[in-house]
Design a protein around this ligand. Structure first.
Ligand code: ATP
Length: 289
């Protein structure tokens, strides 16, 4: 029998590497990114209701709960296409920092689609879900796939790459709001632009060489976000002085992550970061494979 209710965890992602290789005529940027899911989750609970429509509730009062929320958008898309009877109550327990460069909204949308596919027994494969997901957001197909991946195109062209060796990740997000659009608009691409070498990072991952990988990680958007918010560079320095093998800004920021091979060092650094960077969010976690 079809399910009445279910919950699902939606993992955040970090970018081990992020390059922008060009700009398309329609204004979208072409990217080359290494995506990695981590064990920091939003929790979604979906329950069927008799009357039509999608009603979203959440613990974060400032989040939109109408069609501007990617959860509502993606749920409505599937409910309309498959003419699903009745409606849905969805509760979002938000734990992934918002507008942080960790694809929080995209992973919620991905999990909504996965859950509806199961609850209503739509029988869609992951690739069929991903084809629909890209209409709502370029990062959502990856959030359906999860794990370690190379994302190209506008982020929707995905390929599997070797997994990162086990490591601990420290997340520190300063209390800064960054607009993804503004960061991309501020990026200059010309012959002087220094690009991170994503292929080299993939080679390091193939060899399972964390030390070499950490010396090559790079995010081209740091060149835009860091001059706007120098605190990001301070957090990176802080992590490198506090046991990280490597440290980088994720997405368009402001989240910074550190790669640790020693979990105790990561936990210590987290406590120290919370003292040093006022009102920041800090979290120690593992990779989600
Ligand atoms: P990305 O890494 O893809 O750039 P992000 O982490 O920077 O994403 P999000 O947290 O996904 O940014 O959300 C940015 C904005 O999107 C928020 O300010 C919010 O208004 C809107 N939004 C829509 N749906 C959601 C959702 N389910 N969770 C969080 N924000 C959402």
């Amino acid at each position: 029998m079809a399910m009445e209710s279910m919950w699902i965890n939606a993992p955040a992602k970090i970018n081990i590497g992020l390059d922008v290789v060009g700009k398309r005529e329609d204004g979208y940027h072409e990217v080359k990114m290494i995506m990695q899911s981590i064990r920091l989750f939003d929790r979604l609970t979906l329950t069927r209701k008799k009357d039509p429509g999608v009603r979203l509730t959440t613990n974060l009062k400032f989040l939109p709960t109408d069609d501007n929320n990617l959860i509502v958008k993606s749920a409505k898309m599937l409910m309309k296409e498959f003419n699903l009877e009745g409606g849905l109550n969805i509760n979002l327990e938000k734990r992934i920092p918002v507008a942080a460069g960790m694809a929080g909204g995209s992973t919620d949308a991905a999990s909504t689609m996965i859950a509806i596919n199961q609850m209503y027994e739509l029988g869609l494969s992951n690739s069929q879900l991903m084809k629909r997901a890209v209409k709502i957001g370029a990062d959502i197909p990856y959030c359906i796939m999860k794990g370690t991946a190379l994302a190209e195109g506008i982020g929707e062209k995905l390929s599997t790459i070797p997994k990162l060796p086990n490591c601990t990740i420290l997340i520190v997000k300063p209390k800064i709001h960054v607009s993804t659009r503004e960061v991309y608009a501020g990026l200059t691409l010309d012959e002087n632009t220094v690009h991170p070498d994503i292929d080299l990072m993939v080679e390091d991952m193939k060899k399972k060489d964390i030390t070499s990988l950490c010396s090559h990680i790079g995010n081209i958007l740091e060149s835009v976000t860091i001059p706007m918010y120098p605190e990001i560079a301070e957090i990176k320095d802080f992590m490198m002085k506090n046991g990280a093998k490597g440290s980088l800004m994720s997405g368009s920021g402001p989240t910074v992550f550190g790669i640790y091979t020693d979990k105790d060092a990561a936990v210590k650094a987290k406590e120290a970061a919370l003292k040093q960077f006022e009102k920041s969010f800090a979290f120690v976690t593992d990779l989600y494979r």
